[in-house]
Design a protein around this ligand. Structure first.
Ligand code: ATP
Length: 283
């Protein structure tokens, strides 16, 4: 029987500008998204009925019933599968673990069944971040997650360190605490220059952009400020910012060794935190 193993990388919002809110409540975003070298792993094979085995550090934190996004993905295909999920990413932490799993599940399931990938609307029905996770790479995401513009990745992503203090953050609560829902989009013109992207210019550009959810998340969860300060204090850290609605934050480093050393130092400082160096070749 065909079995497919897929990687479900953490989604990182390098920027996250909240630019408006539709009448139906959906927020409009302008976000630059990339994917880390850290993630969950799924093993998928066709089966007479759905069966899910969850392993990994965060196995206890994921729903195993119908509300797992993996089963919502399977529902789009009207097929049943045997799935093993190695849950390495912290849950409800701003790095889209559920969306990444759903996108990886769709990729694996369509591959083992040799059927087409469901379209954008169907992907969106699983979650606003699912289409961008299906696309992968470096992407400018706008609208409600439905307007995707793939960018020339060049050498991106550079070495990063992801840090989560182990406090779940409620995405609706963070949006509710956001002072203004109408903020400026990313700076225009949006030019990253010729491939490979030059790091200095890109970091300067990135530093002028924002995650609008960072301030409300810091107010709701005091650990977020602590995480950002500790990442920023690491030698060689070029930029530290929160991803999504938090509480996971990332630091970008110029060199693999600097990212590795920072991850070791942060783990030593805070042994209970999730600290993951994201190092590897560009996608
Ligand atoms: P985002 O960055 O897209 O806001 P997040 O990282 O904050 O996402 P997730 O880890 O995707 O949040 O989890 C959000 C919710 O989805 C959780 O409360 C969890 O119960 C549910 N969920 C369903 N399926 C999964 C899955 N496979 N992995 C993680 N969470 C899942």
């Amino acid at each position: 029987m065909t079995t497919v193993e897929v990687f479900a990388p953490a989604k990182i919002n390098l920027t996250l500008h909240v630019t408006g809110q539709r009448e139906d409540g959906y927020h409009l975003l302008d976000s630059l998204v990339c994917f880390a070298h850290v993630g969950d792993r799924l093993t998928v094979s066709p089966a007479p009925s759905n069966q899910l085995t969850v392993t990994g550090r965060y196995a206890g934190a994921v729903p195993t019933g119908d509300d797992n996004l993996i089963w919502k993905a399977a529902g789009l295909l009207n097929r049943a599968f045997d799935v093993t999920l190695e849950k390495n990413l912290p849950v409800a932490s701003g790095i889209g673990g559920g969306s990444a799993d759903a996108a990886a599940a769709l990729s694996a399931m369509t591959s083992v069944m040799n059927c087409p990938m469901p379209g954008l609307e169907a992907q969106l029905s699983l979650g606003a971040d699912v289409p961008v996770c299906v696309m992968g790479g470096l992407v400018r995401m706008r609208g409600i997650g439905d307007q995707l513009e793939p960018l020339d990745t060049g050498a991106f992503p550079w070495p990063m360190v992801l840090v989560n203090p182990g406090v779940p953050v409620s995405t609706p609560a963070v949006f509710r605490s956001l002072a203004s829902k109408t903020n400026a989009p990313m700076a225009s013109p949006f030019e990253l220059g010729p491939s490979p992207i030059q790091m200095d210019g890109f970091i300067d550009w990135l530093a002028q952009q924002r995650n609008d959810l960072e301030a409300p998340a810091k107010e709701l969860v005091t650990e977020v400020g602590d995480v950002l300060d500790r990442i920023q204090a690491q030698s060689g850290c070029l930029l530290a910012r929160m991803s999504g609605s938090g509480a996971t934050c990332f630091g970008i480093f110029a060199e693999d060794d600097a990212a590795r050393s920072a991850a070791q130092a942060l783990s030593a400082e805070q042994p209970d935190w999730w600290v993951a160096p994201s190092i590897g070749p560009g996608f």
